[in-house]
Design a protein around this ligand. Structure first.
Ligand code: PMV
Length: 328
């Protein structure tokens, strides 16, 4: 039986986004979503068993993280809550306390899916410590229940579809293609490495207060079908235009929900316009944006050398399609 486990898990970028839930307790989304795991944005967690000396419920004795995951914020609370959820889901009680250490390769809570990477890693690590083997479908369901629903998409490999489902059992993520299928790159341009003020969890709760929400939910399934077709054909032009329309649809809902969520900064907007200009100059690059000010530039790896100099003063992280959560 393992007493220490180390897991590395990628962040993922959603091409078709998850925004709004049908069931907040079970984290059931209003629509299916589609994403790519990121090679260079990941979280590594180390979970260790410690002999129990407290009451009957599991206790995190040591909680340590690097500069992005601090003991002082809500990550600790969310972590302990997730371990309770996981024990219920697995039907097995831990007879030990634990120590959790984590590190991250990118700015946390800045719209680059740090919680997806963190909770998918925790889900796998905790199962290993409890000596429970889950298949990827079940592991993705467990990761979804962490509260960061998109964590389910960091479990399978490569390009991943999260089926919205109509129950906890049918709402899971599966790999549609392995990382080698298409040499897309996601260049994350760091406009701001500050933590966002409103977490996605809060945003999902209020998504349906936007007058544009119903239209989005209706249109997004159609967009997903078209995007999957473009993906299958590796048609970057079609894929990219759908990608931008989808990001703008989600942000239109965000900006019109109550309270309004404006995640972009002026720099975000300037960069969006430069992407359009780059396209006009012949470079096929497209943007998408999650719940933050940072831009994800999507193109094929053969265009990378032309794209990099155009990014100018900003720091950036180049990601290729990656495998899902794995034990190190
Ligand atoms: O899974 P959450 O609760 O962290 O929400 C993710 C929301 C977006 O990143 C904005 C969209 C997505 O599908 O990843």
């Amino acid at each position: 039986m393992k007493t220490l486990v180390k897991v590395k898990s990628p962040a993922n970028i959603a091409f078709i986004k998850y925004w709004g839930r049908r069931n907040h307790k079970l984290i059931l989304p209003c629509n299916s979503s589609f994403s790519m795991n990121l090679s260079d944005c990941s979280v590594t967690v180390q979970i260790k068993k410690i002999e129990k000396d407290k009451g009957s419920s599991l206790f995190i004795k040591e909680y340590e993280s690097d500069k992005y995951i601090k003991n002082t914020d809500s990550a600790y609370e969310k972590t302990i809550k997730f371990f309770q959820t996981a024990q219920d889901f697995l039907g097995k009680k831990a007879d030990f306390d634990i120590s959790v250490k984590s590190s991250i390769t990118f700015p946390r809570s800045a719209g680059i899916a740090s919680s997806a990477a963190y909770f998918s890693a925790l889900a796998l690590g905790f199962c290993k410590l409890l000596d429970v083997e889950l298949d990827k479908k079940q592991l993705s369901i467990l990761a979804r229940l962490s509260g960061s629903g998109s964590a389910c998409r960091s479990v399978p490999d490569g390009f991943v579809l999260w089926h919205k489902g109509n129950s906890s059992e049918s709402s899971y993520a599966e790999s549609l293609a392995d990382p080698k299928f298409w040499s897309l790159v996601d260049v994350v341009v760091i406009v701001s490495d500050k933590s966002k003020k409103v977490a996605s969890a809060e945003g999902h709760q209020a998504a349906d207060t936007s007058p544009l929400f119903d239209e989005r939910v209706y249109g997004v399934e159609k967009r997903l079908k078209l995007m999957l077709k473009a993906f299958e054909n590796k048609d970057l032009e079609k894929f990219g235009h759908l990608l931008e329309a989808e990001a703008l649809s989600m942000h239109s809902v965000m900006m019109t929900q109550r309270p309004n969520l404006y995640y972009w900064s002026l720099e975000t907007f300037k960069l969006m316009k430069s992407v359009v200009k780059l396209r006009e100059s012949g470079l096929p690059v497209f943007f998408t944006i999650d719940a933050g000010a940072n831009l994800h530039l999507i193109t094929e790896s053969r265009y990378l050398s032309k794209l990099k100099p155009a990014i100018g003063k900003y720091k950036f992280i180049v990601n290729r399609p990656a495998f899902g959560a794995k034990v190190l």
